[in-house]
Design a protein. Structure first.
Length: 393
């Protein structure tokens, strides 16, 4: 490193927090801005794939993150009639391979501690709305009219609905999915050691992800324009609908007695032709948000942050590091963005034909050895690009 940089980071999520503590550890002056007035261990279950594990292992954080987590041995998706749609064991990737069902709060708690231990400055309740570049620096402005800086460069990791992405002149494509998801937390002893999914056509999709210590996260597909009607109907009709599709969810649903315990989230598909200009780099969902169907979001964010920090450490100059980071991440991200966009309508849409096609074709694909191998690598977050091979974190 030729000299320490003054770095602004926007967003205290996985990408922003990881980048912040790695860069602060390396001796840079890091200022991390978050729009929320407080941050804490909240959120649903997340799937920590082998790709994300590789990053945490290199950072000596994996054991802390997975201390309370559930080892996930396989993905098992079924049709509503109980027939297997697809069943993919992680151990087929390589001996000892597995995923982890992790409570988002458990991951956040570790990253939060690392940010503060590394000495990054954290500014909460700062809703960043835009940035301004000069010949030598970049400044960011918040909704209260305050300007922060100067910074040598800026990392933007403020999520799929990034306000700063909208402010930049970089070419981007943003698609709002018609479907979102209800999610809830609770015990579910009936599902252990696997990600359990059940589908009925493309209109109903349920997922159960155990997170260790008896905790489980339930995912239920719902159109955005049906959310108001769901709340108006109340809990009982929805519980009946869920149990008809998946009786294994009974224990979890029994503990839910209030609509306020059920959260609704929507998602977008975001793609940027280029992730940086001369002083700003976009990371994580701010750069390449996807639907959650491949379970890759936090893993891609970890890889983004780690790859950039390593590039800056290696080449010294941040402009060159932007280029190196882009070159190293492009093929992997392009592949997952394409596959996620391709698969999503076959699991969440209004089409009948898509559901028939999925149910007819998907069970046969893993029977072809080469195809099965590519599906396993894709599930694990390790597939490098369209032509095959695997990434090395």
């Amino acid at each position: 490193m030729t000299r320490p940089y003054r770095i602004g980071v926007v967003g205290f999520g996985v990408a922003g927090a990881t980048a912040s503590f790695l860069l602060a550890r390396a001796g840079h002056q890091v200022s991390l801005f978050e729009r929320a007035p407080r941050v804490g261990p909240v959120g649903a279950g997340i799937l920590l794939q082998p790709s994300g594990q590789a990053v945490l292992r290199r950072l000596n954080l994996l054991e802390r993150v997975t201390a309370r987590a559930e080892p996930i041995a396989e993905l098992h998706a079924l049709r509503h009639d109980g027939r297997t749609l697809v069943r993919l064991p992680y151990a087929e990737v390589e001996a000892g391979c597995m995923a982890y069902g992790v409570h988002r709060g458990d991951l956040f708690a570790v990253l939060h501690d690392e940010v503060h231990a590394a000495g990054a400055q954290v500014f909460l309740n700062h809703d960043m709305r835009g940035y301004r570049k000069t010949a030598d620096h970049v400044y960011i402005g918040d909704s209260a009219g305050h300007v922060h800086g100067p910074f040598d460069f800026l990392l933007v990791a403020d999520g799929s609905r990034s306000l700063l992405r909208g402010d930049c002149r970089l070419t981007k494509w943003v698609h709002e999915y018609a479907h979102g998801a209800l999610w809830a937390l609770g015990p579910c002893a009936a599902v252990r050691g696997r990600l359990h999914q059940v589908t009925l056509g493309t209109r109903q999709l349920l997922g159960l992800l155990p997170m260790g210590e008896g905790r489980c996260s339930l995912f239920w597909s719902l159109r955005r324009d049906e959310h108001a009607a769901f709340r108006k109907r109340g809990l009982a009709p929805w519980k009946d609908e869920v149990l008809r599709l998946c009786p294994l969810a009974d224990e979890l649903l029994t503990g839910i007695d209030d609509l306020e315990r059920i959260n609704f989230t929507t998602y977008q598909h975001v793609w940027m032709r280029k992730w940086h200009d001369e002083r700003v780099l976009f990371l994580g969902d701010a750069a390449h948000a996807m639907s959650p169907h491949l379970g890759q979001g936090i893993n891609l964010a970890l890889l983004d942050a780690f790859t950039f920090a390593q590039a800056l450490k290696r080449v010294g100059d941040y402009r060159r590091a932007f280029v190196v980071h882009t070159r190293q991440r492009a093929r992997h991200l392009r592949y997952y963005a394409f596959v996620t966009a391709l698969l999503t309508p076959f699991f969440q849409s209004n089409g009948v034909v898509k559901g028939w096609g999925r149910d007819g074709v998907l069970p046969w694909l893993p029977r072809l050895p080469w195809v099965r191998r590519q599906m396993l690598l894709t599930m694990a977050g390790l597939k490098r690009d369209f032509l095959g091979g695997r990434i090395e974190a």
